[in-house]
Write a protein that binds this ligand. Structure first.
Ligand code: PLP
Length: 464
């Protein structure tokens, strides 16, 4: 593709995306595609000869769109949001255009240094302690996902511990994300050495149970090496006490990782900074701008208080990567801070997001989402056909139909099949619960009112 052709086609694609942004609310939120339907619309082998771009773009509408669930719809209330935004898309496009692979400082100094500065900006914006800044012993890095960040934290914690791997035990609440167990398995620590600590009525890890479980393990000659505190659980958005986890972890010299994948972003607002109380004791922390901070997937900010254990676990120097900048010891090579060698230039999209919206713009979005979620929760709790199922200090509201599980299940299925909105569920004390997360940048109170109306309309039809 010549530069001229690229200019023309690129303009068409940008127009296509802009049209999509304007019309995304008109699509059924959850894709109605049947399994195999997209596969059936695709040729079974790659074309022998190049094809016209018109045909390719036409197939985006014909083949791709029917199988898309519209995460960018203003009525996407499922899972957690995965917000795209104009500045982020354009930053990502520039990153693709530059085609940089930023594994080493020397393979593109800007890629590393812009990332260092962005992570320091993020640490400041989130109110994270000095020890997570690049100017300290620690620092931050962009990972693809919170799962990868957790895996890196576990590798560092495992290698920092002097004990043999057969003795290592990890602790997280029974509401912690599945990536904790998965990462432990990858790191060679089987699931039966992850203690799932009970949660209290608020959904937070019981600090006392954590401390006693650790003590009991020590009596059995096992070695507590890691505590994962969840700052906003996936199911209900509950907050473990970081301070209580830190207290228990420090008694055993265990690593404390704080997983704030979704809700950490709220800490940009002073009034929600309480979610991070005790963070000064954490060894590592992660938050996903690709969830609630207008930055296209993928972008996880991962911070460590001390980079040495991370480097000790992940750094390897083959001859073909050797270069004078690395040898000087004066630069950071982010390949040593992650699992893969290669890395995309993700800092560009984060830079664009932070500059375009400013922290004030991001704060306004967060406050608007929280306000809408509180209005939604009030409407649900006023209606005796529904029950609120968990505390909802931020923008995730869990509720169920008073008539029971079967009605609640039917309600979610009816709404999702209608395409008018999308919700997901979780389980609390064995009961089926609807999760409604109000977190899309373009969601307005009108969308929320429509959801409330839909729920009220449908709940009687769904009675068990
Ligand atoms: N941790 C928590 C608390 C989450 O809620 C999620 C996803 O929702 C994750 C980790 C996994 O995030 P990622 O997809 O970035 O790995």
């Amino acid at each position: 593709m010549s530069a001229d052709e690229f200019r023309r086609r690129g303009t068409e694609v940008v127009h296509w995306i802009a049209n999509y942004m304007e019309s995304v609310g008109e699509f059924p939120v959850q894709s109605p595609a049947e399994p195999g339907s997209v596969l059936a619309a695709l040729p079974t082998a790659a074309p022998e000869h190049g094809e016209p771009f018109e045909d390719m773009l036409a197939d985006v509408d014909r083949v791709v769109m029917p199988g898309i669930t519209h995460w960018q719809s203003p009525r996407f209330f499922a899972y957690f949001p995965s917000n795209a935004s104009g500045p982020s898309i354009l930053g990502d496009l520039l990153s693709s255009g530059l085609g940089v692979q930023g594994m080493l400082w020397s393979t593109s100094p800007t890629c590393t240094e812009l990332e260092i500065r962005m992570l320091d900006w993020m640490a400041e914006a989130l109110g994270l302690p000095e020890r997570f800044r690049s100017t300290s012993r620690g620092g931050g890095v962009i990972q693809d996902t919170a799962s990868s960040a957790t895996l890196c934290a576990i590798a560092a914690a495992r290698d920092r511990s002097a004990a043999s791997i057969e003795k290592l035990v990890a602790y997280a609440s029974d509401e912690a994300h599945s990536s904790v167990e998965k990462s432990l398995r990858i790191a060679g620590i089987p699931s039966d050495r992850l203690r799932r600590i009970d949660t209290d009525a608020q959904g937070a890890m019981c600090g006392n149970t954590l401390a006693t479980t650790m003590d009991e393990d020590v009596k059995r000659d096992l070695v507590p090496f890691l505590v994962v505190a969840t700052c906003g659980t996936t199911g209900t958005g509950a907050f473990d006490s970081i301070a209580a986890c830190a207290h228990a972890a420090s008694g055993h010299d265990a690593w404390l990782h704080v997983d704030a994948a979704m809700f950490g972003t709220a800490s940009i607002c002073e009034e929600y900074r309480w979610i991070h109380d005790g963070i000064e004791h954490a060894d590592s922390y992660c938050v996903n701008p690709h969830k609630w901070m207008l930055t296209n997937f993928d972008c996880t900010c991962f911070f460590v208080a001390d980079r040495e254990p991370l480097l000790a676990a992940l750094s390897i120097m083959p001859e073909y990567l050797r270069n004078s900048a690395t040898d000087s010891g004066g630069v950071i090579d982010f390949r040593d801070w992650q699992v893969p060698l290669g890395r995309r230039f993700r800092a560009l999209k984060l830079w664009f997001v932070l500059r375009w919206h400013g922290l004030e713009g991001i704060r306004a979005m967060i406050r608007n989402h929280v306000a809408m979620a509180q209005t939604f929760a009030a409407a649900i709790s006023e209606d005796d056909r529904f029950e609120i199922a968990a505390p909802h200090p931020l923008n995730l509201v869990c509720f169920r139909a008073a008539a029971g599980d079967e009605t609640t299940r039917r309600l979610v299925s009816t709404i999702n099949t209608s395409g008018r909105a999308m919700l997901t569920h979780c389980s609390i004390d064995g009961q089926f619960v609807v999760r409604c997360c109000i977190g899309h940048a373009t969601t307005t109170m009108r969308d929320v009112d429509e959801l409330i109306a839909m729920l009220r309309e449908e709940v009687d039809q769904c009675l068990e």
